[in-house]
Design a protein around this ligand. Sequence first.
Ligand code: HEM
Ligand SMILES: [Cu+2]
Length: 645
Amino acid sequence: MTTTMTPTQRSQSAAPSRRARLVPSIVSGLVLGLVGGLLVALIVAQFAHGSRGINQIVVAGYLGWAVFFFIGIGALNYPMRWAFGRTQPTHNEELELAGRGQGPWRYFRFCTDHKVVGIQYLITVFVLFIVGGAAAFLIRLEQSTPGAKFVTPGTYNTIVGVHGLLMIAATIIMITGPFGNFILPIAIGAKDMAFPRLNALSYWLLFAAVPVFLSVFALGGFPTGWTGYAPLADQANAGMDAYAFTIILFGLSVGVSAMNIVVTVITLRAPGMRWNRLPVYVWGWALSVLLGAIAFPSFMLAELLVLSDRVFGTAFFISALGGSQWLYEQLFWFMGHPEVYVIALPSMAVVAEVVSVFSRKPIFSYKAVVGGFVGVAAIAMIVWAHHLFWSGANTPLDGPFMLSTELISIPTGLIFLAIVGTFWRGRIWRSVPLLFALGFVFNFIIGGVTGLYLADVPTDGVFHGGMFVVAHFHFTLVGGMVFGFFAAVYYWFPKLFGRRLNDRLGRAHFWLFEIGFLGTFLPLFYAGEHGEARWQANIPVQFATPNLVSSLFACLLVAAVSIFAYNVISAWRSGPKADTDEWGAKSLEWTVPTPVPLENFERTPVVTGSSYDYGNGVGAQPGRSGSAYPREATAGGATLPSPEP
Ligand code: HEM
Ligand SMILES: [Cu+2]
């Protein structure tokens, strides 16, 4: 990528006082939120009555928590300022809000710097994975032997639901949250996101949802699994209110973040950054969040209707009172299936990028990859009812939905062909990010092929509701998408933290995770094919062996993730310093210094070439510092300035 620069001003100011640091911050947010939530719940408790009384109190409490939390964290300061016609904040005030001079405390404030928001998302994703992973371990423990020995079936239901929901939420944001916020604006040559305050809000909406969801444990859990099906959801205990309210806050966060990323890519590209010069991952991430913004409102609507049934006594999902239980399934899966591609597209995009960088070759048909992303995003919106093949809801439409589901293999295949084609005659650097990219390709193919059986009505009839389905979507979601996430962490960690992850630990993480993963889920295909149903705390004895094997291999996953955690923490604390352009890649984020300055670029870049311009594709392989990779490169006739020392 070739660039030339134009000027921007920046000035310094004194650090804020102790009180100014605490208010507004997470501290004032939590305190005001908790007090506000309790207060509103107490007020409503005066009027609440009957069997729905508890739901009215709980939901009112959540509303109070959310509103007062946002006041306390300072999210409404600017809208208030605007509403009372006060002057626009000065550049200095904007830099203050972006965390200038606040050190690590800026991560605990309503901070508008997209890089801070990116790191906030990354830490939150790690926390969600840890809690979701702990639930997964409990699942494997319970299913390691027949007899429901460790938890009761009711508790098991909640654990499965908590696992599924947390993991889905984590995987939805795992790439577009951290990297979409930190890397994307730099990759297109922008100083920040289009709406920095809304960007901060999208993170704190997510944050505000976490305590609401965790309160599910204090409210007796929820029996529905991650899908939250009504009418069971209408009858369940108060834990279901936590589930529904969480979805609404999470949905708002996803929507606000999506709008920001899409508008940023459309309006803030640097001069010369044409659509066909965008790094391919920018396409994947923007399409993913756009898909999420289109799909998620139907899930939020479903939860609003569930809350209305539970709090006001409407009957949207109670067929005996004129409602329809199929309505919930339609609204849920209208979101549920596109959402797996909201998760898939960012990982596929990272893999395409990583394969190109470590093959030192342009992507094999950039247009095919981008066309594939667009095709997947479009068809993903018209396949949802394959989840209702056995619900009796849409029988006349089963044929068309079978066809549309099959059709999605075409753009997916296009993306995979282009990824595999990029390796061809490349100079392969078997780096850790590339290992995870290879794992993604291998695992996702197994996940994709096994999906064909579930796309067809007859075979789906055999596997629906069984462990074959569980194994299938773990091969796509974990074997595919989570591997894409690991590739992204290993690839961009040097830019995010200015440090290097340990290569040997990275390889140990990869192999332990791959072997553990295959050993955990391959036996579940076998058990599912032989008729094992899902959601069973007490597994039938005839499935004891495959489940024991699965649970033993799941221990390798714990070991792999522990190595990863150790690698990340020790590198962040004291790892060797990374180079500005760690991998010799060509996209813009590798041209800015590390740590990245508050406003990213000294001068706005002007782009005159593609970010995959490796000349004739046989550029020298970059090594660690002192590498053979020349710091000055020519591409597209312009000179790339050497990065700041
Ligand atoms: C890596 C470790 C993981 C293990 C060992 C694991 C294991 C399992 C098992 C055994 C079940 C089926 C429980 C049952 O039906 O009785 C399950 C359900 C599920 N898992 Fe995972 N899982 C893991 C990671 C993930 C990840 C990363 C995701 C990402 C999205 C995920 C999403 C789900 C979902 C959506 C369900 C369905 C929950 C429900 O039926 O309500 N899992 N998991
Ligand atoms: Cu689906």
